[in-house]
Design a protein around this ligand. Structure first.
Ligand SMILES: [Zn+2]
Length: 215
C-alpha cells in the first residue's frame, strides 16, 4: 500500500496543507456482508486515508474533494481518529445541504473505522445514522439508480450489524422481492444470523458471478 504526501487546499478557509492519500486503491473484489472491501488483515484498510481534516478550520471531507496544489506547506492534515473525521464530514455535509445518500455513506465509513478502533458504541450509533440517511436516500432519489438494489440490501445488513435484529429481518422481508439472486441469497443468510442475534460480518458471496469477478 503506497501512501503519498499530497498538497491540498481547504475549500472553506483556503489554507494549504499536506495530506496523506492513497494514489491507487487495490480492489481485491472481496467484500464482507456489509460490502466493505476485505483485505483479510494482510494490508491496512484504506478508509482511514479516504478522509481528510483541515488543520486550520477543522473542515472534514473526502480527501479527493480537496483541490490539489503544488505549493509546499509546513502544515499537515489534522491527525484525528478516522471515525471522528468521518463523523465531522457527515455533519458538515448535512450543514451544506448535501444529499442523504452522501451523508449516509459518510456514517457507514465512520462505522467501519470505529470497528477498526474497537469503538463499539460509536460504531453502533454511526450505523443507526447510516440506516436513517440511506433509507431516506431511497425515498428522495438521491441514491444513484445503479446502487439502489445494493443500498436496499445494505440497509438490512447495517441494521443487523447494529444489533437491530427484528428491524433487519422486517426490512429484508420487505425488499426481498426486489433483490436479484446474488443479494437475495445473502439476505437469506443474514436473516438467519439475525434470528440467532448474531451481528458479526460474514463474507459476501457473489454466487454464480465468482468466475468473472477475479481478473
Ligand atoms: Zn480549512
Amino acid at each position: 500500500m503506497h501512501v503519498a504526501d499530497i498538497g491540498v487546499k481547504c475549500p472553506v478557509c483556503g489554507v494549504k496543507f499536506s495530506s496523506k492519500q492513497l494514489p491507487v486503491i487495490v480492489d481485491t473484489n472481496r467484500r464482507n456482508s456489509e460490502l466493505r472491501q476485505d483485505f483479510e488483515g494482510k494490508i491496512p484498510q484504506f478508509e482511514q486515508y479516504a478522509v481528510c481534516t483541515c488543520p486550520s478550520c477543522g473542515y472534514a471531507d473526502w480527501a479527493h474533494r480537496y483541490e490539489v496544489t503544488n505549493e509546499t506547506s509546513v502544515l499537515t492534515a489534522r491527525k484525528l481518529t478516522p471515525h471522528i473525521q468521518f463523523r465531522s464530514a457527515a455533519i458538515a455535509a448535512e450543514k451544506e445541504g448535501r444529499d442523504f445518500y452522501s451523508i449516509g455513506i459518510f456514517y457507514l465509513y465512520a462505522a467501519w473505522c470505529a470497528d477498526d478502533s474497537y469503538a463499539v458504541q460509536q460504531a453502533k450509533e454511526y450505523r443507526k445514522l447510516a440506516v436513517d440517511f440511506l433509507k431516506k436516500s431511497l425515498v428522495d432519489g438521491s441514491c444513484p439508480k445503479n446502487q439502489k438494489e445494493e443500498i436496499q440490501y445494505l440497509v438490512g445488513e447495517i441494521m443487523r450489524r447494529a444489533g437491530d435484529f427484528e428491524q433487519s429481518k422486517d426490512h429484508f422481508r420487505q425488499v426481498m422481492p426486489r433483490l436479484s439472486s446474488k443479494f437475495a441469497l445473502m439476505a437469506r443468510k443474514l436473516m438467519k444470523l439475525a434470528e440467532s442475534q448474531d451481528s458479526n460480518p460474514i463474507e459476501f458471496e457473489w454466487g454464480e458471478k465468482t468466475s468473472e469477478v477475479q481478473k
